[in-house]
Design a protein around this ligand. Structure first.
Ligand SMILES: Cc1cc2nc3c(=O)[nH]c(=O)nc-3n(C[C@H](O)[C@H](O)[C@H](O)COP(=O)(O)O)c2cc1C
Length: 206
């Protein structure tokens, strides 16, 4: 049975990236009638920031962990289990200050764990998740497509490509809904703005 993990990171209810992930899931469910989706709203339930106790627990070998150390990393284990169980991920990303929302960074810090999602081998670091596919749906006020002057300011794509690759997720596609500032300024209506992006999203989900 195929399984999809949906993550949302925008704090806004009328968020564009949320509308894109909703559309992706709708098309994915139509294409996979026997599939199931897990939903994680990172803005509504932000993962905890890493602290000294978390780092100590995570670097203690599993069989040597005290019960209270196990409790400290229980939510990290839960988030990693979702990554392991799902075959496919869809992530809604609102561009905040040229990068990802802080709640998505908190999630990354909880799931990138030595011995769980990556390890070090003689050939260097090795990602432990394999055969997974990720679709990242990015909404931004400006336009950052290749060849545009602002291209180099988009830190979302290179960072997510690098960090997902680091844990073994190398099949990563990005869809960009760039230029939302035009929408917020009333220069284009939401339907016109979203139509081509939603079409693209539907083709990737099918
Ligand atoms: C705090 C904040 C920071 C933002 N930073 C940027 C930015 O650096 N570059 C940009 O193009 N748009 C920026 N925007 C605009 C958002 O990316 C845009 O509104 C987008 O639609 C957000 O996604 P969402 O609709 O899913 O929340 C910012 C918006 C907010 C609220």
């Amino acid at each position: 049975m195929p399984k999809l993990l949906q993550l949302d990171s925008s704090p806004l209810e009328n968020s564009i990236s949320r509308e894109l992930t909703r559309e992706f899931v709708k098309s994915w469910k139509a294409a996979h009638p026997d599939g199931t989706a897990i939903y994680r709203d990172l803005a509504a339930n932000p993962p905890k920031p890493l602290d000294a106790a978390w780092i100590a627990s995570s670097y203690t070998p599993e069989d040597a962990r005290a019960p209270e150390q196990k409790a400290i990393i229980a939510s990290s284990e839960e988030l990693i289990a979702e990554l392991e169980q799902a075959d496919e991920y869809v992530v809604g990303v609102a561009m905040h200050n040229f990068s990802i929302p802080s709640v998505l960074k908190l999630w990354i810090d909880q799931v990138v764990r030595k011995g769980r999602t990556f390890s070090y081998s003689a050939n260097g670091p090795q990602g432990l998740l394999s055969g997974k596919k990720a679709t990242i749906l990015v909404a931004s006020g400006g336009v950052y497509q290749a060849g545009t002057p602002a291209e180099g300011m988009n830190f979302i794509e290179p960072y997510l490509k690098a960090i997902l690759g680091f844990i073994g997720v190398t099949d990563v596609k990005f869809v960009s809904a760039g230029g939302a500032s035009q929408l917020n300024a009333g220069k284009v209506d939401r339907e016109t703005f979203l139509k081509p992006v939603l079409e693209h999203v539907r083709t990737l989900a099918a």
